[in-house]
Write a protein of this length. Structure first.
Length: 319
C-alpha cells in the first residue's frame, strides 16, 4: 500500500472500492451460490453493520486528503485497542483485569513510539498543491484528525456489534464478509468522481509486468491487484477470528499485524532502526505477553506437571 500512496496519495477510495467489488463477487459465487443461499443473519442487522463499516472506511480514506501523512494515520489506527476497550466498557458494561489495561497501554505506546520515529521526516500528502497559509494547513489537518477520530470509534463500535450478532445468530464469518462488502457498493456512487479521477491516474502510470502471468499493465494497477488479493486474505481471516474471539482480542491481533507491517516497511525501505524502535518493539512484545497471559499459563502448566508425579505416588501409597 505504501507504493500506491507514494504514487497517488488520494487513491484510498479506489483501493476500498476494488476490495469491496472483489470480495462481493467472490462471495456471490462461493458463499451465496449465485443468490441461492439465504442469509442466516437478518439484512437489517447487516444494514447497521454495513453503515458503520462504510463510514469508517470512507473517513479513513479521506483523511489522506487533509494533510494526514501515513505515519500519523498509523498512530491513530494503533489507538483502536484503547477505543475498543473504552466502547466495551461504555456500551457492553465490560470489566477487564488490570493486566489487560496495562498491556493495551504498553502495546499502543510502543506502536506510537515506532511510528513517530519512523515518520519524523514526513512530507505533505498533497500532490501539486498551491501555496497555503499556515492557518489553512492547520485547519485542514484538524479536519483530517477529526475524520480519523470518528473512524476509530465507529470501527470499535462495529467490532462490538459483530460480537453481539454472532452471539445472537451463531458463527457465519463467510456470510458476514460477503454481505458487509456487497451492501455498501451502491454508496460508492456518491464517490464516483473521486474514484474515476484516481482510476485515470492509475491508467496513466508507468508500465510494468504482472508477476507469474507476465501481462503488461500500468504499474499502479499491479500494486492495486496485489493489494486487493492480500487484503482479501487478511480480511477473511479477521472475520473468522471475530467468531472465535472477543472484539478486544481481534483488535489486538489486527493491531499487531499493523505493527509487523510497520517494522517490515522500515526494513524493506532501509530506514534506520534506532534505539527508539527497539524500545517500541520491546513495549509491544511485553504488552502482548501480558495480554495473552503466556507467563501465568506456563507457570500453571509447569505446576501441574510437577504435581502429577506426586499425585501418582500418593495414589500408589493409598493402594
Amino acid at each position: 500500500m505504501c507504493f500506491i500512496f507514494r504514487a497517488d496519495p488520494g487513491s484510498g477510495n479506489l483501493i476500498t472500492f476494488l476490495q469491496f467489488v472483489f470480495i462481493a463477487v467472490h462471495g456471490f459465487i462461493f458463499t451465496a451460490k449465485f443468490g441461492s443461499v439465504k442469509p442466516k443473519i437478518g439484512l437489517k442487522d447487516y444494514g447497521i453493520l454495513v453503515a458503520m463499516f462504510f463510514v469508517s472506511s470512507v473517513c479513513n480514506n479521506y483523511a489522506f486528503d487533509f494533510n494526514i501523512p501515513m505515519p500519523l494515520h498509523m498512530i491513530f489506527r494503533a489507538g483502536s485497542l484503547i477505543a475498543n476497550m473504552i466502547m466495551g466498557i461504555i456500551i457492553l458494561k465490560k470489566t477487564y483485569e488490570f493486566s489487560k489495561y496495562l498491556s493495551v497501554f504498553m502495546i499502543t505506546l510502543g506502536i506510537v513510539v515506532c511510528t513517530i520515529v519512523s515518520g519524523s521526516n514526513v512530507e505533505s500528502t498533497q500532490v501539486n498543491q498551491v501555496e497555503e497559509s499556515a492557518f489553512s494547513v492547520f485547519f485542514w489537518w484538524t479536519v483530517g484528525i477529526t475524520l480519523l477520530t470518528v473512524a476509530l470509534f465507529i470501527s470499535a463500535r462495529m467490532g462490538l456489534y459483530q460480537e453481539v450478532l454472532y452471539k445472537r445468530y451463531g458463527k457465519h464469518p463467510d456470510e458476514a464478509l460477503f454481505y458487509t462488502h456487497l451492501l455498501p457498493l451502491p454508496f460508492f456512487l456518491t464517490l464516483f468522481s473521486n474514484i474515476w479521477e484516481h482510476t485515470v491516474i492509475a491508467n496513466n502510470s508507468a508500465p510494468g509486468v504482472l508477476p507469474i502471468v507476465g501481462v503488461e499493465l500500468p504499474q499502479q494497477w499491479i500494486y492495486l491487484i496485489a493489494n486487493v488479493l492480500t487484503q482479501y486474505l487478511c480480511i477473511s481471516s479477521v472475520y473468522v477470528l471475530t467468531t472465535e474471539c472477543s472484539s478486544l482480542t481481534v483488535t489486538l491481533v489486527v493491531t499487531l499485524r499493523k505493527f509487523v507491517s510497520l517494522l517490515f516497511s522500515i526494513v524493506y525501505f532501509s530506514n534506520p532502526f534506532t534505539i527508539y524502535h527497539w524500545i517500541g518493539t520491546l513495549l509491544v512484545f511485553i504488552g502482548t505477553i501480558i495480554f495473552t497471559e503466556v507467563v501465568p499459563r506456563m507457570m500453571s502448566s509447569f505446576k501441574r506437571s510437577q504435581q502429577e508425579p506426586l499425585k501418582k505416588v500418593q495414589a500408589k501409597k493409598a493402594d
